[in-house]
Design a protein around this ligand. Structure first.
Ligand SMILES: Cc1ncc(COP(=O)(O)O)c(C=O)c1O
Length: 415
C-alpha cells in the first residue's frame, strides 16, 4: 500500500455482515482475490438466506396464486400475501396499500399512467428534481406530452443538495412532486419530510422514488406522509423482477387500473369488466410470486442488520473513501452533499470513466461508470459520467483500499 494513501481513521472498518454470507462473494475470485463489490447501488448481491428461502418456496410451496382451490395453491397464495404484509410492516403501511410491481420503474409508471391520467389536468405542473434517475423523469415527460402538463425541475446547489429556497418558490401551484430519497449518482439524502410538508401545504401530492433509499434508510410512510413511494427488490438484497408501490389507501381506491388481464377483476363479460379492489386491481397477470417471497426474506435480513448500524457504517465508509480517494492526484470527487448515503462518485483528469472502470474490473473491483441513468444531471455538471463506488452491508475498509490502490495504478497506466 502506498504510504501516502493511508489516512488514519477508518482503516479498520469491518463489514456489518460477513461477505461469505453472500454465495457469489464467497466464490468469485479474480487473480485469487475475492471481489471488491462496490456496485450495490446498481444491484445488491444476494445473501444465502434469500436464495435458500426462494429455493424452499419453489421446492415445497410453489403454484400459481389466488385462483387455485387445492392446498398447494393455497399455500403459495398465503406465502405471497404474507410477503405483502411483510412489506407493509417494513414501510409502516397498511397491507392493502402495497402493490407488487416488477421494479421501481414499473411502480413509477403505474402512478404516471393511473393517477396521472385520472387526476392531472392540462396545464398542471409536475416538479422533478435535478438529481432524478431517468425512471423518475421519463414517465412524467411522457405524461406531460399525453396530457398537456408542465414539467419543471427543482434545482440543486453546488454540493448536490436540493435547493430548498428554489423549491419553496416552485412549489406554489404545483400538482405533483416526484423526488428521490437518495440520489443514485451523488448519494444525496434529500430532506423528504420537509419537502413533503411544503408540498402538502401547497396542495401538491408527492411521489418518492426510494429505489436507493430503501437499502440505507428507515422509511416510514406514515411519518413521512408521502402519497406514493416506490422501491425495488434487487437493491435491498432481494431478487430482481420485483418492486413495490406504496400508495395511500384513499388514492389507490380512486385510481383506475393501468394494465389489465387476469387476476385484477371482479367480473368480466364481453360488454364490461368490474375491477378488483386495490391492491389486486393493479396486479394484472401472474405476478413475480417467488420474487415476492424472496423480497420478504430480504427485508427480514436488512432489518436484522438494522438501519442504525447501516447508517453509521455508510457514514464511516464514505468518510474513509473520501479521505483516501481525495489523496489521489487528478481525482475529483463529484458532489459534496450535506447528508450522504453509501455512494461516492468521482472523475479522474483526462481519463474516461469507462476506461477506469474496465481497469478496475480487471483487478476484481466492481464499480459503475457512466451517466448512471441521470443524463440531465451529468449535463448540468458538465461531465460525461462518473466512476461510482457504492457500499453495502458486506463492504469494509479493505474494499476501499483496493479501490484506491487500483486507481493509482490506473493513473499510471492510462497517463
Ligand atoms: C434512483 C433510482 N430510481 C429508480 C431506479 C430503477 O429501479 P429498477 O431498475 O429496479 O426499476 C433506480 C435503479 O438504478 C434508481 O437508482
Amino acid at each position: 500500500m502506498n504510504e501516502a494513501l493511508t489516512p488514519a481513521a477508518g482503516a479498520d472498518l469491518m463489514p456489518l455482515v460477513d461477505p461469505d454470507s453472500f454465495p457469489l462473494l464467497a466464490r468469485a475470485r479474480t487473480a485469487g482475490e475475492p471481489l471488491a463489490y462496490l456496485d450495490s447501488a446498481a444491484s445488491a448481491q444476494k445473501p444465502a438466506v434469500v436464495l435458500e428461502r426462494m429455493r424452499d418456496f419453489y421446492v415445497q410451496d410453489y403454484a400459481n396464486i389466488h385462483r387455485g382451490v387445492y392446498p398447494l395453491s393455497e399455500r403459495s397464495t398465503e406465502a405471497y400475501e404474507n410477503s405483502r404484509a411483510r412489506v407493509a410492516q417494513f414501510l409502516n403501511a397498511k397491507t392493502d396499500e402495497i402493490v407488487f410491481t416488477r421494479g421501481a420503474t414499473e411502480a413509477i409508471n403505474l402512478v404516471a399512467f393511473s393517477f396521472g391520467e385520472r387526476f392531472l389536468k392540462p396545464g398542471d405542473r409536475i416538479l422533478v428534481s435535478a438529481l432524478e434517475h431517468h425512471a423518475n423523469i421519463i414517465p412524467w415527460q411522457m405524461l406531460r406530452d399525453r396530457r398537456g402538463l408542465r414539467l419543471e425541475v427543482i434545482p440543486i446547489d453546488d454540493n448536490g443538495d436540493i435547493d430548498m429556497p428554489a423549491f419553496g418558490r416552485l412549489i406554489d401551484g404545483a400538482a405533483l412532486v416526484c423526488i428521490t430519497a437518495v440520489a443514485n449518482t451523488l448519494g444525496t439524502v434529500t430532506p423528504l419530510a420537509e419537502i413533503i410538508a411544503l408540498a402538502h401545504r401547497a396542495g401538491a401530492k408527492v411521489m418518492v422514488d426510494a429505489a436507493q433509499g430503501a437499502p440505507h434508510l428507515r422509511l416510514d410512510v406514515k411519518a413521512l406522509d408521502c402519497d406514493f413511494l416506490a422501491f425495488t427488490g434487487h437493491k435491498v438484497y432481494g431478487p430482481d423482477g420485483i418492486g413495490v408501490l406504496y400508495g395511500k389507501e384513499a388514492l389507490l381506491a380512486e385510481m383506475p387500473p393501468w394494465q389489465t388481464g387476469g387476476d385484477m377483476i371482479r367480473t368480466v363479460t364481453f360488454e364490461r369488466t368490474l375491477f378488483a379492489e386495490p391492491p389486486r386491481r393493479f396486479e394484472a397477470g401472474t405476478p413475480p410470486i417467488g420474487a415476492a417471497i424472496g423480497l420478504a426474506t430480504a427485508l427480514d435480513f436488512i432489518e436484522g442488520v438494522g438501519f442504525d448500524r447501516i447508517g453509521a457504517q455508510d457514514r464511516a465508509l464514505t468518510e474513509y473513501a473520501i479521505g483516501m480517494l481525495g489523496e489521489i492526484p487528478g481525482l475529483k470527487l463529484v458532489g459534496a452533499p450535506h447528508r450522504r448515503s453509501g455512494i461516492v462518485s468521482f472523475v479522474m483528469d483526462g481519463l474516461h470513466p469507462h476506461d477506469v472502470g474496465t481497469l478496475l474490473g480487471a483487478e476484481g473491483i466492481c464499480v459503475r461508470t457512466g451517466h448512471h441513468c441521470a443524463q440531465p444531471l451529468m449535463d448540468q455538471l458538465g461531465i460525461v459520467g462518473t466512476v461510482r463506488a457504492s457500499f453495502a452491508v458486506h463492504s469494509h475498509a479493505g474494499d476501499i483500499q483496493r479501490l484506491a490502490q487500483a486507481l493509482v495504478k490506473a493513473r499510471q497506466l492510462l497517463g
